[in-house]
Design a protein around this ligand. Sequence first.
Ligand code: ATR
Length: 264
Amino acid sequence: MKKYLVIGNPIDHSLSPKLHNYWIKKNKIDAIYEKKLLIKSDLKKIILKLKLGEIDGINVTVPFKNSVIPYIDELSVEAKKTQSVNTIYRKNDKIIGHNTDIAGFELGLRHFKYNVLGKKVLILGAGGVVPSIIFALKKMKASHIILSNRTKLKAENIKKIFPGIEIIDWGKTGEFDMIINATSIGLKSDDEIKLNYNDFGKNKFFYDVIYNPKDTNFLRKAKELGNEIENGKMMFIYQAHQAFAIWHKIFPEIDNETIKLLDD
Ligand code: ATR
């Protein structure tokens, strides 16, 4: 039986095992997908297990997407540019690190039929997932990408990777077509991002990377004011879908049952 893992800290909240095991069962694959709580000093050992064939694939979540890189033999173009690895596999005895968050974000937007081409996009936050979102937005030809983070230095470090982006002070917003919450504000249901929602006008697209809870205050307020909203659930599903395809060479079906699976 093949063995797959998601590693992170904390890891209890991860829905990856639920989704992967559902697809494994549906496609009658002889495999199991588990979650494992790690500390940074465990990373080397767990990658060695992948190299030795004791494990067959690893998903990486917060906070190890960057710190796992030194133990990997080869990075995909996407993982290298974003310095972020969420999917690891073995190929010809080499350990390969890839980033499926980028495709996850892009395919999630395509699923909603939101066309980023020529749009002005404001991103709030500068955490681990932001370089992946910028990579995808650039690929989809957003006309302008603006980044705002409480700790400006973190935004400036991302600008070193993507020099074309603009940085604005935390608390300012300016003009945009699409606004993305990539901060952790909203994970607790009473969390609020202080924005002047009334100034934005209607018909903007508000996107929250958070999908649990499924409607953050950010999305609720935006909807009340007549804007389009989406949460990060489809991004999560599509990043898993891409990882599944790499490991099992199958693109499992994403049907209503799959989507509902993550609501329980
Ligand atoms: P990750 O683990 O994904 O890398 P992170 O680095 O903890 O996440 O990033 C969380 C994001 O939410 C950061 O952009 C963080 O801002 P700082 O860089 O200033 O820490 C942002 N964030 C979290 N709580 C916040 C708050 N109360 N106000 C403003 N930003 C907040």
